[in-house]
Design a protein around this ligand. Structure first.
Ligand code: BGC
Length: 735
């Protein structure tokens, strides 16, 4: 291997001239960089979509990374061209959107967040990495850390929802899972934290739309998950499509240099989103493609995904002095460092027989099932669930036997032949009468409804699987109406007419507005697209072999008109005072007075349908009063709060206890409450456990009036409860 030979000799030379502080990897990077022509450097900064046909580009040294190929044979073909035919033999990195599993598909990230279980999320990411790397993919564009407060935005499916703390915990878990203990392990896959930043705040939930986020809000709400995952060692970061205060992220020096490098000291590699450099022309921020390359590189971008601007214009830009070689070297250093860290120089090729040995391994399927069990949220139960006594059940609805749809968005490599649907799994447990009712979620054809109702009357209970096809959520799939599509609500209502217990299972990519459907059923389980093993997971929950423990990672709305809606909003000057006057309360020809004078809608009232953190169980939990060890704390102290949690019911079950804190008075207005800790606790029937949360006071810091990150002394309140709207506050003071 000529590359390795050359590197070693150059490395010896560099160490001989004394670069004592450099790491071994830095030495290798410098040695290689010193041999590269400008055009070879620019080639490394170019990422192209495709497979084997890119081999000539690789041989010419025109491509540093490929994306969208997951065929090991094709990856090896491109790699061979790069390693054996290009002048310096620098390997490519094969990348892919491995978002919630590779072949074994786990629940969508929003569902994973509903588990409130970072351990199962880390395990899922590890399994995704084992399967993807066995096909040659060493870099995934995940986790997506975009805070999502508006369920109309289709990409809420891909992230952890609305809360910065949950987002950070889940993001760190994914980074650890993908990257493993050491990037050079052949089963490690570099993570990519995305989209930096604010992409989820698109106005009106319209994908790619503009955002309005103040610097303080960026720092308090949108940055924390990026900072936490950067500190956890995320190897790469992707810029976002949107602009922040008029500057597109891909050309935003403040974000990519001042914050990321200077403030946070992060030393990973920055890639653009798909043609997000090129899109700066449409934004009206760049004159032409050449200008985009200049702005992106000078802002701090290292690699260009699919705008072709770098490869075409950077040589010229350097000659014209518009981009310095120093910037180019910075970018190429970051790229080469990643390649060395991944061990690609030593082991560039993938064993083409490897994937067959690991894909859909029994332990992968078992973990995917467990994750799907924990991700389902019980929203209503008047006692019909679990259906342990029923023998004959009607199974109906367009999501009951939809193996492709239940995998959800970004499941490129998941094969529907390996998916087990709820219908398959329920047939193992019950005598099933199967009537689809509707062919797909948008279907409006009610011709079979009478038959479905008739079948319901012959069954002990009916289970109706409704929701969204995979294509209705994810990128570029925003919706303004969040009701169940097609005639699905009518199907539920029709089944209810039979007078038998009705269980509704929603399988969807986002929080839908399901208030009217709740009224027509006895129980509702909400399963965010649950993946390959969704069927067995849901069947276990329905039968009572497993007990629901999921909690909502996003606020559920009564009506899409309430969006954006999130629990941790700032205090308003007119908070809810409990006296909402609603539409029907208003007299005809009422005088022109303000009604209630608080922040609410006349039609939907003040609250959401279900608050963040909400989720029922088959058992009932009783929260004792939180006791604070020391209610007067120094700023370097640790808050310790304990309480008893009791399982009052008949089932062993797991509860997610949540600690929320409010900073009562600040130099700037503070949120009404913020999640600071959570813990999953499993209790036997009748069992009580004392749980203790520890929270360093330093974690109460925020970006204050002077834009300093400080804990401001004063009064605080905390709640420990099973959701963000419950519990009685207990006060403490920071001195
Ligand atoms: C998405 C990214 C994704 C990239 C590559 C873009 O359209 O916004 O999240 O990683 O495509 O597929």
């Amino acid at each position: 291997m000529k590359t390795i030979r050359f590197i070693l000799s150059a490395a010896v030379l560099i160490s001989a001239i004394g670069c004592g502080a450099q790491s071994e990897t830095d030495r290798k990077v410098e040695a290689l960089l010193s041999q590269m022509s400008l055009q070879e450097k620019i080639g490394q900064m170019n990422q192209l979509s495709g497979g084997a046909w890119l081999k000539d580009e690789a041989a010419a040294g025109n491509v540093g990374s490929i994306l969208n190929c997951s065929d090991p044979k094709e990856i090896n073909i491109v790699q061979k061209a790069a390693v054996e035919e290009s002048r310096l033999g620098i390997p490519i990195i094969a990348s892919r959107d491995v978002i919630h599993g590779f072949h074994t598909i786990f629940p969508i990230p929003l569902g994973q967040a509903a588990t409130f279980n970072p351990a199962i999320v880390e395990k899922g990411a590890r399994i995704a990495a084992i399967e993807a790397t066995a096909s040659g993919v060493r870099w995934t564009f995940s986790p997506m850390l975009d805070i999502a407060r508006d369920p109309r935005w289709g990409r809420v499916a891909e992230g952890s929802g609305e809360d910065p703390y949950l987002d950070a915990v889940m993001g760190v878990a994914m980074v650890k899972g993908y990257q493993g203990d050491n990037l050079s392990d052949p089963t490690s896959m570099a993570a990519c934290i995305k989209h930096f930043v604010g992409y989820g705040a698109a106005e009106g939930g319209r994908d790619y739309n503009t955002t309005m986020i103040s610097e303080r809000s960026l720092r308090n709400t949108y940055f924390p998950a990026f900072k936490a995952t950067a500190e956890a060692g995320a190897a790469t970061l992707m810029t976002s499509f949107n602009e922040i205060d008029g500057v597109p992220s891909t050309g935003n020096k403040w974000l990519l240099k001042d914050i990321l490098r200077d403030e946070w000291g992060w030393d990973g590699m920055v890639v653009t989103d798909w043609n997000s450099a090129g899109e700066m022309i449409a934004h009206g921020f760049s004159r032409d493609l050449k200008h985009t390359a200049e702005q992106a590189i000078n802002a701090g971008v290292d690699m260009d995904m699919m705008s072709y601007g770098f490869i075409q214009y950077v040589e010229e830009l350097v000659k014209e002095g518009k981009v310095s070689e120093k910037e180019i070297d910075r970018a190429v250093r970051n790229i080469l460092k990643l390649k060395f860290e991944l061990g690609l120089f030593e082991n560039p090729y993938v064993d083409e027989t490897a994937s067959a040995k690991v894909d859909y391994a029994p332990e992968h399927l078992e973990a995917a099932k467990q994750c799907a069990v924990e991700s389902a949220v019980l929203l209503k139960n008047n006692g019909v669930l679990p259906l342990s006594a029923a023998r004959t059940i009607l199974v109906t609805g367009p999501l009951a036997d939809a193996p492709y749809e239940q995998m959800g968005t970004w499941a490129f490599d998941g094969q529907k032949e390996h998916t087990i649907t709820p219908l398959d799994a329920l047939r193992e447990e019950y005598n099933v009468i199967w009537e689809p009712g509707l062919a797909y979620s948008r279907d409006k054809n009610t011709k079979d409804f009478a038959r479905v109702r008739n079948a319901a009357s012959r069954a002990d209970a009916a289970v109706v699987f409704v929701g969204e096809e995979a294509i209705l959520s994810g990128e570029a799939h925003s919706l303004s109406n969040l009701n169940l599509q097609g005639a699905q609500s009518e199907l539920i209502a029709e089944v209810a007419k039979a007078g038998k217990p009705v269980v509704v299972v929603v399988i969807a990519g986002r929080p839908l507005t399901i208030e009217r459907d709740l009224a027509n059923c006895d129980a509702m389980l909400y399963s965010f697209h649950p993946g390959t093993m969704g069927g067995p997971a849901l069947a276990d929950l329905i039968k009572g072999k497993a007990v629901p423990s999921g909690k909502l990672p996003m606020t559920f709305l009564r009506d899409a008109g309430q969006a954006p809606f999130y629990y941790n909003h700032n205090n308003s000057g007119r908070p809810c005072n409990g006296t909402e006057t609603l539409l029907n309360d208003i007299p005809i020809a009422a005088g022109q007075t303000s009604l209630g004078c608080t922040s609410y809608y006349l039609d939907t009232g003040y609250g959401p349908l279900f608050p963040f953190g909400y989720g029922l169980s088959y058992t009932e939990f009783e929260y004792g009063k939180p006791v604070i060890e020391n209610a007067e704390l120094e700023r370097d102290g640790v808050l310790r709060v304990s309480l008893d949690l009791k399982n009052k019911g008949k089932y062993e079950a797991t509860e997610v206890a949540q600690l929320y804190v409010q900073d009562c008075v600040g130099s700037v207005v503070r949120p009404v409450k913020e999640l600071k800790r959570f813990e999953r606790i499993t209790l036997a029937p009748g069992e009580t456990k004392t749980i203790t949360f520890e929270l360093p006071v330093a974690e109460l810091a925020f970006w204050n009036f002077d834009m300093e990150y400080v804990v401001e002394p004063g009064d605080f309140r905390l709640w420990v409860a099973g959701d963000s709207a419950s519990g009685e506050p207990v006060g403490f003071v920071v001195k």
